[in-house]
Ligand binder design. Structure first.
Ligand code: HEC
Ligand code: HEC
Length: 148
């Protein structure tokens, strides 16, 4: 008897959750409006900007944006295409800037002899640029340290 009551309670709680989530979704509108997103990678929705030289940062601690296409660049547990050019032992040959020394430090501040795991997935922080238009206007100005 008790078990049965518990089960009914659970179903009731779950359906209430679904109803309230539905009500919340109705009140929300995407900044994108009704434009559909075709996929979750830039190349499916937007065109990569043409390769450039390093771009101006907006504040000194900013992860610099990626000034080149990253189409087809794989980052997995076994392989990291970015390090093919940006690691310290490859940079001289590739002409790419070396990863920052900060990328060898663990979260606890310990210096490692190789990339810190927390910096392994480059595109968590560094993003390629596309022709996507800003979704909303903004008046952002570069930080004081960068004003010429
Ligand atoms: C084939 C070599 C190559 C690969 C692979 C590559 N890069 Fe680059 N990257 C470069 C070169 C060369 C530059 C310098 C461009 C310039 O300044 O002319 C650069 C510049 C950058 C910069 C700008 C640095 C700054 O100081 O502004 C970032 C960030 C970057 N790459 C990140 C990445 C990430 C993340 C990946 C992987 C998704 C990647 N790169 C893969 C060659 C490469
Ligand atoms: C957790 C965020 C984060 C991750 C992950 C990360 N970076 Fe960075 N990166 C930064 C920040 C912030 C800076 C600028 C400040 C600094 O030098 O630490 C930077 C700087 C750089 C620079 C410029 C170095 C210079 O001397 O100006 C390069 C090149 C770079 N990163 C490449 C990479 C590559 C390649 C990966 C992946 C293997 C990677 N980063 C992963 C945050 C990150």
């Amino acid at each position: 008897m008790k078990k049965w009551a518990c089960f009914v309670g659970l179903i009731l709680a779950l359906s209430l959750g679904v109803i309230s989530a539905g009500a919340m979704a109705e009140g929300l509108r995407s900044l994108r409006g009704t434009e559909a997103v075709k996929g979750d990678v830039p190349s499916e929705n937007y065109r990569y900007e043409r390769d450039k030289t390093a771009q101006q940062r907006q504040f000194v601690q900013q992860p610099p944006v990626i000034p080149h296409t990253t189409k087809g660049y794989l980052i997995s547990k076994e392989f990291n295409k970015c390090l093919d050019c940006h690691s310290w032992d490859r940079a001289a040959d590739s002409g790419a800037p070396r990863v920052s020394v900060t990328h060898f430090k663990t979260r606890e501040g310990k210096e490692l002899t190789n990339m810190s795991p927390r910096r392994y997935f480059c595109t968590q922080c560094h993003v390629p640029q596309t022709d996507a238009k800003p979704l909303v206007g903004n008046k952002f100005k570069p930080a004081d340290g960068l004003v010429k």
